[in-house]
Ligand binder design. Structure first.
Ligand SMILES: [Zn+2]
Length: 257
């Protein structure tokens, strides 16, 4: 009986302090000098429940409207600077935003879908189907990475991935007007949630570090990166890669992303 009570107490304590165990995300792509993705606009999730036939009425996490969202958008879009020319010139890396297991991996679809008249998307006669990856995290959250380049998906269902691990490259497959990454988070029940903290969402951010500026590009730092850095500092001097497969930062900073 006493053991049972202790166990219950322990469980209650764990349940009361979930914050550290909850998944927090890094920026889900690699943009070292901030030159591959547009800072303005980042197109956020719409929290205005009213449907709008013109597609223009929306409210993002902090109450801003167009162009910071569009009607019914259920994720965050990070747009490639210069569109298709950047997509063709570079393999812009999409990476796991946190540790987890691959739950969905689709590839082989046409990746040059684009906008046509009246805000419609065409895939030039190909099916409007996205190349995409989904990752399930330890606490049940699911992160989704959509519109990837054809032939770029690097993982398969069941693979364990670590934060910062390459999943694929930015493309314009599926319902995509221009090359961009659509990043979306779902809770364990499959309900879409907005990782940004704000007046229309929740007080706590699901990003490791949500930038306070008006644009909303979060930091590219993995959850627990500080602890990992401390554990790895010595070993890095031997010139090996980071233990979780990522590329170490410049030697001066001696950190693993
Ligand atoms: Zn989107």
């Amino acid at each position: 009986m006493r053991v049972t009570q202790l166990l219950l107490l322990l469980l209650a304590t764990l349940a009361a302090s979930p914050a550290d165990a909850d998944t927090r995300f890094r920026f889900p792509a690699v943009d070292p000098d901030g030159e591959l993705f547009m800072a303005v606009p980042i197109v956020h999730m719409d929290h205005d429940p009213k449907p709008d036939p013109t597609g223009t009425t929306c409210e993002n996490y902090k109450g801003d409207g167009l162009p910071w969202c569009y009607d019914g958008h259920d994720g965050t879009d990070y747009l490639l600077m210069w569109g298709f020319s950047t997509m063709d010139k570079f393999d812009v890396q999409v990476v796991a935003a946190a540790d987890g297991e691959v739950a969905l991996a689709e590839d082989g679809n046409y990746d040059r879908c684009h906008e046509t008249s009246g805000f419609k998307v065409t895939c030039d006669g190909h099916p409007i189907k996205a190349n995409q990856v989904s990752v399930r995290h330890a606490d049940g959250l699911l992160s989704r990475y959509v519109h990837l380049k054809k032939g770029s998906v690097k993982v398969k269902v069941g693979d364990k991935v670590v934060c910062g691990q390459l999943l694929g490259y930015v493309g314009s497959s599926g319902n995509s007007a221009r090359p961009h990454l659509h990043f979306e988070v779902e809770d364990a029940a499959g309900k879409t949630l907005d990782p940004y903290a704000g007046k229309n969402t929740q007080p706590t951010s699901y990003w490791v570090s949500q930038t306070p500026d008006s644009y909303g590009k979060p930091a590219a730092r993995c959850q627990g990166a500080g602890a990992r850095t401390a554990a790895w500092t010595g070993a890095r001097t031997h010139g090996r890669p980071c233990p979780w497969g990522a590329t170490p930062a410049a030697p001066a900073t001696r950190t693993c992303p």
